[in-house]
Design a protein around this ligand. Structure first.
Ligand code: GDP
Length: 420
């Protein structure tokens, strides 16, 4: 068993084999849910086949998909020698952007699936660009469906070359990318080195997953705790609650809430109904601060050290990707921004640059408008005070979703904050 946790995104063009690969990983690591195994053990025995095979796992995933149950590949879990992996939402999944912003699907690393018989396709480019924008550390590229191309080394080499070019275009460090010829369907080079690819002597996919770098817990960064709710509890007083995104909170620390701009000394910290002396990233805590009343602070405030308080933006510059918008976005547009627990109307004051999503390079300076599919650098003015951080310094507090008309229309990360 392993203790270290990794959030893994599985990305790639539709039909290149993402679901099949996830099914294969679940199967090879013995992580198929017990009820699925039971169901198919019986079925297999009835049919006189005995045991159960990978095909049954895939049948089940497919069946669930047909029934419209949302158990597709997201949120599946499997364990390797080194890590507990959770597959997080993949780009294209309905709630991907929303979950990405709320932190539910912050992936540490990603597997990019590229079908050997198709090579780089439109969504391959899009997902690689998103992976880079979202700060994926390492990419494992599974060149899939090698069985379809008769395990030909030259075809594999061509795909590796094509993907390497794409990574260079979006300035993804190619040293942080490893390539493996696989067949998700047949199981080649997933758990065991395949006899079908004698020309390949690199890692299997499971070995590559095991040798991913461990995610660094964000304890070095200053304390940032976005407030979810504020309660009044008899005997204690005002208790703000939230999840620590970065840093450590200790009893006795002097803290500051921004943008409400109040502060004091931490008197108690409670976690799982028990008092604790300190709390760390990922901990959901309720705490009490000397002198702070219920009306002094609110949801959307961020708590941080008094001597390194959360930033409050007068304006900020951000890189955004427009996912879906019925018309065009121009300067002056004022949708609602969702950043950590805050929801604040913000005006896109200027559209500074339009980027080429495939290459990440500037396509146009000061464009008149942007639309679905575009990536751009924009300057944003919150209509009410908003605490937000540059993504390069505190990524956990540096991204946001833009929502309008009941849907997520864009997502972005903060490049620079211009303080009040
Ligand atoms: P996704 O859209 O990326 O999730 O792709 P799927 O996993 O649904 O796979 C699309 C199709 O490709 C399905 O019919 C799979 O059976 C098939 N497929 C996936 N991986 C392989 C593979 O390694 N070899 C072969 N021959 N077919 C595969």
């Amino acid at each position: 068993m392993s203790e270290q946790h990794q959030n893994l995104a599985v990305i790639g063009h539709v039909d290149h084999g993402k679901s099949t690969l996830v099914g294969r990983l679940l199967y090879e690591t013995g992580s198929v849910p017990e009820h699925v195994i039971e169901q198919h053990r019986e079925e297999a025995e009835e049919k006189g086949k005995g045991g159960f095979e990978f095909a049954y796992v895939m049948d089940n995933l497919a069946e669930e998909r047909e029934r419209g149950v949302t158990i597709d590949i997201a949120h599946q879990e499997f364990t390797t020698d080194e890590y507990d992996f959770t597959i997080v939402d993949c780009p294209g999944h309905r709630d991907f952007v929303k979950n990405m912003i709320t932190g539910a699907s912050q992936a540490d690393n990603a597997v990019l699936v590229v079908a050997a018989d198709d090579g780089v396709a439109p969504q391959t480019q899009e997902h690689v660009f998103l992976a880079r924008t979202l700060g994926i550390d390492e990419l494992i590229i599974g060149v899939n469906k090698m069985d379809v191309v008769d395990y030909k080394e030259s075809t594999y080499d061509d795909v590796v070359e094509e993907v390497t070019q794409l990574l260079k275009q979006v300035q993804f460090n190619t040293e942080d990318a490893s390539f493996i010829p696989i067949s998700a369907f047949e199981g080649d080079n997933i758990a065991e080195a395949s006899d079908n690819t004698p020309w390949y002597d690199g890692e299997t996919l499971l070995e590559a997953l095991n040798s991913l770098p461990a995610p660094q817990p964000p304890t070095d960064a200053p304390l940032r705790l976005p407030i979810q709710d504020v309660y009044t509890i008899s005997g204690i007083g005002t208790v703000p609650v939230g999840r620590i995104e970065t840093g450590i909170m200790n009893i006795g620390d002097n803290v500051s809430f921004q943008p409400s701009d109040v502060g004091g000394e931490v008197k108690t910290i409670e976690m799982h109904h028990e008092e604790v002396p300190k709390a760390e990233p990922g901990d959901n805590v309720g705490f009490n601060v000397r002198g702070i009343g219920k009306d002094d602070i609110r949801r959307g405030d961020v708590c941080g050290p008094a001597d390194d308080p959360p930033s409050v933006a007068e304006t900020f510059q951000a890189q955004i990707v427009v996912m879906q918008h019925p018309s065009v976005i121009t300067a002056g547009y004022t949708p609602v921004f969702h950043a950590h627990t805050a929801q604040v109307a913000c005006t896109i004051e200027s559209i500074d640059k339009k980027m080429d999503p495939a290459s990440g390079e500037v396509a146009e300076e000061n464009p008149d408008f942007i639309q679905s599919g575009d990536a751009a650098v924009v300057t944003i003015r919150p209509q009410k005070p908003l605490s937000i951080e540059p993504s390069s310094e505190i990524p956990e507090l540096g991204s946001f979703a833009i929502r309008d008309m009941g849907q997520t229309i864009a997502a972005g990360k903060v490049l620079e904050v211009h303080d009040k």
